[in-house]
Design a protein around this ligand. Structure first.
Ligand code: SF4
Length: 393
């Protein structure tokens, strides 16, 4: 791996690294043919914001007011800009806050505490986000790419291939919309605050590194520079794109890293997660452990339990051995019951196998909790709603 690979992440979404062992990103037929989304306030640097404000004939302090409307008041509605010159409100809203995401459908489950929204983007692409309210926190799961190029055979999004990377604006608009839902009491339990964000929707965040990082920074800055969601409450998940993990380590942000491992050996993971043929389990775990050492944040290991494939005692034992190789207490394993694609050969584990898997990890001294399957009655697995809607469209 060259230093250039570590520094420059391609924004096409195509995975960096030496091509070997047969991994190729799965690209949708219209990959990178959709053009770029309109530029949004959050896509601009401070200097670009000032230039744009001045182009409207306004002084640069107006940038601060726009930031306040967006991040503090969660508003892109120029009619509410009472501190802004009336003649320029409409123009400023159009210039800085183009509509980037439009709600297509909203599904509600878990007694109103889970809301899954399907969004349409400027080019007709569809992505989704899921808002989940718990007793002490509210978590939003967001998408960072249209489709995904990783090609995991058990995953609905993987079947679509990668269409394009999402812009920072498209990523952050999902967050703003959820923050509005919480503030306005649209989620059962009354008005509240969005506290956590996880990049576990559609796409591989490390394939869209720059936009994802710019979004993370603006989520975590205090208003009016950002939404004020603590970086410690933001999780970036990856299927194991090692250059991305290495680069994130160098950022020094206290975000949580989640690695979708799904298999304890290269032989099995080569089959379940094709990316493993580019970056194998040893490279991925080494990078994840280095992230832990540098950030002091425990790494989450995501593991989708598939009946008879990766959920047997021998798999749990090998997983425990490989994780304990790096020492104690550096990971938290989240086995997730698979939400299968209709008609696929990958199905969810039997409950007794799930229990056995957990117990083996616990006996080996590894923290592990079965991840809750919120929204499973509304096509809860990543990408499934969008895949379904795309087929219908
Ligand atoms: S499981 Fe995750 S990484 Fe794999 S294809 Fe699906 S969205 Fe992409």
């Amino acid at each position: 791996m060259s230093a250039a690979d570590l520094v420059e992440q391609p924004e096409t979404g195509i995975t960096p690294g030496v091509e070997k062992g047969g991994f190729r990103d799965v690209l949708a037929p219209d990959h990178a043919r959709r053009g770029k989304p309109p530029l949004h306030f959050v896509d601009m640097s401070h200097a670009e914001r000032i230039t744009s404000v001045q182009a409207l004939g306004l002084p640069k302090f107006r940038v601060q007011q726009l930031a306040n409307h967006y991040f503090n008041h969660l508003s892109t509605d120029s009619r509410t800009y009472s501190d802004f010159p009336a003649a320029k409100r409409e123009e400023a809203a159009q210039q800085f806050f183009p509509n980037l995401i439009t709600e297509v459908t909203r599904q509600v489950a878990d007694n109103g505490t889970t809301i899954k929204t399907l969004w349409e983007l400027f080019d007709g692409s569809r992505i989704e986000s899921v808002l989940m309210r718990y007793t002490k926190r509210t978590t939003l799961c967001i998408s960072s790419q249209v489709g995904c190029g990783m090609g995991c055979p058990f995953c609905a999004t993987g079947q679509l291939g990668l269409t394009r990377n999402m812009s920072t604006g498209e990523i952050l608009e999902q967050v703003r919309a959820a923050a509005v839902m919480m503030r306005d009491g649209q989620v059962a339990g009354g008005p509240g605050r969005l506290s956590n964000v996880v990049f576990m929707g559609m796409g591989e965040p490390m394939g869209n590194y720059k936009s994802v990082l710019a979004a993370v920074r603006q989520m975590s800055e205090l208003p009016p520079a950002g939404f004020g969601i603590s970086a410690r409450s933001i999780t970036i998940s990856t299927v194991g794109v090692v250059p991305g993990i290495r680069k994130l380590t160098q950022e020094g942000l206290p975000v949580r890293l989640a690695v979708s491992l799904h298999a304890p050996s290269d032989k099995l993971r080569d089959e379940l997660v094709p990316m493993n043929r580019r970056f194998n389990t040893t490279q991925v775990l080494d990078a994840a452990h280095d992230y832990y050492l540098s950030s002091k944040r425990r790494v989450s290991i995501e593991y989708a339990l598939m009946r008879g494939i990766n959920d047997q005692a021998e798999h749990a034992q090998l997983l425990a051995k490989r994780l304990n190789h790096y020492g104690d207490n550096w990971v938290h394993v989240n086995p997730i019951p698979l939400n299968p694609i209709e008609g696929s050969r990958w199905t969810a584990s039997k409950p007794e196998d799930e229990q056995q898997f957990l117990e083996i990890l616990h006996r080996a001294g590894i923290t592990a909790t079965l991840r809750d399957t919120r929204g499973s009655d509304i096509d809860g697995a990543c990408g499934q709603l969008a895949a379904k809607m795309t087929k219908q469209a």
